[in-house]
Every structure is written in structure tokens, then in C-alpha cells.
Ligand binder design. Structure first.
Ligand code: ATP
Ligand code: MG
Length: 300
């Protein structure tokens, strides 16, 4: 997907009106739908995100989400103004300094709790931001992400008093949050952004942290480290949410946790066996068991 060679990247940049790239390196994870390049241009390090053909709305949504986050005091990449590309919607942004929380955990595991707290505080701040119109337009039904097999669960979530307009990231995890000297320098990867109730984003992060602990690629020592990170994340989130007087919003979590499990099942089922994706059929079974547990707790 997307251009494969730095020469193709240079062609795209020329159309965007952003020439001068001297070095481009493809960053591949295999999970997302966007091609990410790290590049040098005019003495600066920048990120180039190339979207699937025709995904102009997705591009504009990510631009708006990052701008809204920045305005709301949440660090995010700054978008470099550019012309539109007719076939390859793309964004050039600043490259945020530091490294991801995931990378920091590997070299400084003893900082897991503090890193988690920084991550949680940033997410709570994000949830104070009102989603821009183009993000809200996508989201009248974020609940439907749980899939059509989960109508009863969806109906229960929809029946709750929900906040409709908070800016949600929905992929807020340690590989998408950059830190330097203990401070968050950027939240990246806004592909899933939607408007909705903050509890959905909290449940989504919890389910991603749970999934990360299942990975067969994970060294044994890192499971307790991920648990510490999660403890710090929950504390940091709660602390910052309280500081913003957002109390009484942590009710009904089993329903949101069930929703996040169901969303993850529908998201990952087609990805099993794809290059770079470690998810095995037995991991989906574990997820289904987790979903069943949360449903029971929610009285479903
Ligand atoms: N603007 C940026 N500044 C610093 N690092 C970045 C930036 N954009 C991307 N990265 C780095 O590249 C990695 C991959 O980028 P990104 O998370 O956007 O795509 P992805 O992981 O392929 O998507 P997905 O999480 O959906 O699989 C990030 O984890 C981060 O390390
Ligand atoms: Mg990512």
C-alpha cells in the first residue's frame, strides 16, 4: 500500500508543494491503514502520512483532530500547510521529539508508573477538548464499532447518558504517545479519532493494554511492567479528570469495557494472519471470554 521508494515520496511532496526532502525512511508496523515516513526536509525532521487513495476526508479529519488537540493544550504533531494531492491524500507534520512510551519502557522499566501517569493525565486533558465538526460528522454512531452481533450491548450503551462531543483518540496506547524527560511531547496516529464519551476511549486503552500483555513477542519481564504502567495510567487519568472537576463520569465501566472488547474483536478478526500482526485465533477466543466477563458484570 502506498509508495514504496523515497523517489515516489519526493514526487508526492512536490505535488504537495513541499520539496527539499533529503532522506526518507518508511516506518512500518503493519497494523494501520496509513503509510508513515520519517524524513529530513530543509534541516528539520518531519513525518509524512500517506492515506489510501481517495481518503481525503480521513486526511482532513486527522488534520482537524491534531489541531484541536494542540489548541486544547494536548501535545500533537503540528501540520505543515500544503497543497492537496489529487490521488494520494497526505499530511506532513513535525516529528515530535523524544521516543514512544513503549520504547521508554524497554530501556527504563522502573519508570513505568510515572510514564503511565503522564499518559493518563494527557488523555484526561484530551477529553476536555470538544471534537471539531469534521470529527463529529464521522461519529454519530461510534457505539456501532462493537459490530452488528452486539445489538443488545450497543442498545445498553446508547441508553446511558453519554457525552457526545469529547475528542477521542481510540488508539491511545504506549506506542502512540511520545515522551522526553518524563513529559509528553506528542500524541500521534489519529486514524481512529471520533467524537463521543470519554469512557469509550478509556476502555479502549484498557483493552489495548490487556492485549499487549497477551503478545507472545513480549519478553517475560515486561508483563509486570505493563501492569505498573496501567496502574499509573489509571491514577494519572483520575487525578487530572478530578482537577478538571469531571467527577461522576466513571460509572458503567463494565459496559464500556465490553464495548471495547467487542470493537477489538471486529477490528482484529480480519487482521489475523496479516504480515506483522501477531494475533492468533486463540487470542480472539481470550478476547471473547473477556467480553463475556464484562457483559456478566454489566448484567447482560
Ligand atoms: N509525528 C511523529 N513524531 C514522532 N514519531 C512519530 C510521528 N509519527 C509517527 N511516529 C512514530 O512512528 C510510529 C508509527 O506511526 P503511527 O503510530 O502513526 O502509525 P502505525 O503505528 O502504523 O499505525 P497503527 O498504530 O494504526 O498501527 C509511532 O509509533 C511513532 O514511533
Ligand atoms: Mg501507532
Amino acid at each position: 500500500m502506498g509508495p514504496r521508494a523515497p523517489g515516489d515520496v519526493a514526487d508526492i511532496l512536490n505535488v504537495l508543494g513541499l520539496p527539499g526532502m533529503t532522506n526518507a525512511e518508511r516506518i512500518t508496523t503493519g497494523w494501520g491503514g496509513t503509510a508513515i515516513w520519517r524524513m529530513e526536509r530543509e534541516g528539520r525532521t518531519e513525518a509524512l502520512r500517506i492515506f489510501p487513495a481517495g481518503a481525503h476526508e480521513a486526511r482532513d479529519r486527522e488534520v482537524a483532530a491534531m489541531a484541536a488537540a494542540l489548541t486544547g493544550g494536548v501535545p500533537a504533531p503540528e501540520v505543515v500547510p500544503a497543497k492537496s494531492h489529487p490521488t494520494h491524500p497526505a499530511i506532513v507534520t513535525t516529528w515530535c521529539p523524544g521516543r514512544t512510551i513503549a520504547e521508554s519502557l524497554a530501556t527504563a522499566p522502573w519508570r513505568a508508573r510515572a510514564l503511565g501517569a503522564a499518559m493518563g493525565r494527557t488523555q484526561a486533558r484530551l477529553h476536555r477538548v470538544v471534537a471539531p465538526e469534521i470529527v463529529r460528522r464521522r461519529s454519530p454512531d461510534w457505539v456501532a464499532w462493537a459490530g452488528s452481533d452486539e445489538d443488545a450491548l450497543g442498545d445498553r450503551v446508547r441508553a446511558l447518558p453519554l457525552r457526545p462531543d469529547a475528542l477521542l483518540h481510540l488508539d491511545f496506547h504506549p506506542a502512540n504517545v511520545l515522551v522526553e524527560d518524563g513529559r509528553v511531547t506528542g500524541v500521534v496516529d489519529w486514524e481512529n479519532t471520533r467524537a463521543g464519551d470519554p469512557r469509550a476511549d478509556v476502555a479502549r486503552t484498557a483493552s489495548i493494554l490487556w492485549l499487549a500483555r497477551q503478545s507472545p513477542e513480549l519478553p517475560r519481564w515486561s508483563r509486570p511492567v505493563l501492569r505498573l504502567l496501567e496502574t499509573g495510567w489509571r491514577q494519572g487519568y483520575r487525578h487530572e479528570a478530578r482537577a478538571g472537576h469531571e467527577t461522576g463520569r466513571v460509572t458503567d465501566m463494565p459496559l464500556f469495557d465490553a464495548w471495547a472488547c467487542a470493537a477489538m474483536i471486529s477490528d482484529l478478526t480480519p487482521k489475523v494472519g496479516m504480515p506483522g500482526v501477531w494475533i492468533r485465533p486463540e487470542d480472539l477466543d481470550d478476547l471473547r471470554q473477556r467480553l463475556a466477563r464484562f457483559k456478566r458484570r454489566a448484567g447482560l
